[in-house]
Ligand binder design. Sequence first.
Ligand SMILES: Nc1ncnc2c1ncn2[C@@H]1O[C@H](COP(=O)(O)OP(=O)(O)O)[C@@H](O)[C@H]1O
Ligand SMILES: [Mg+2]
Length: 191
Amino acid sequence: MTETAMGLPLSIPLAAVVSAAGVRTIAGNELCAKMTLEKVSVLYEDFVAVTGVRLPIYANKITAIIGPSGCGKSTLLRSLNRMNDLIPGSRLRGQVLLDGEDIYAPRVDVVDIRRRVGMVFQRPNPFPKSIYDNVAYGLRLYGTLSRPELDKTVEYSLRRAGEVIEFNTTTGIFTKPKDKRTEDYITGRFG
Ligand SMILES: Nc1ncnc2c1ncn2[C@@H]1O[C@H](COP(=O)(O)OP(=O)(O)O)[C@@H](O)[C@H]1O
Ligand SMILES: [Mg+2]
């Protein structure tokens, strides 16, 4: 991605950032950027994957980053909560401001940043824990530890995700399924 005079990375053919950048007010109130990218470049070793992006991201507005494969969308997104830190050889130049604070400044608590800037991935990727623990993960992170409260919310969430056929401990489900459909899923009948 490269910078334009407007500060939006529009110069690669088909690459565009559609954002609320043109919208300055809602009902007369000045829009305030929740996050601001200031001349952000991201490098993998010597390779520059993102070049000088300047972009406001407004709270409660949708900002879409669109472009051809390999133009740097994922790299740019990962820079918003320092997930690129986990890639050896990756470096960032410029500033990513969250509520006016540079998230790459020394002594910033990276875990706190990732708590505040969440990501939903294209492919769900459960942690190697039980489904219960995966669904309860966010609640526990935010301090909900009471078992009845967790049970209630996990069941509510799973029921909303689709039809719950049966539930039990992992061993119970695998060794003594009560419903024929559970057995079919376990034996791979549905692929
Ligand atoms: N971990 C990595 N190490 C080195 N180069 C990478 C890495 N991840 C992505 N790249 C390169 O950075 C560029 C942008 O990649 P990416 O952000 O995945 O693009 P997009 O999400 O738009 O398809 C590509 O040239 C890609 O090969
Ligand atoms: Mg991508």
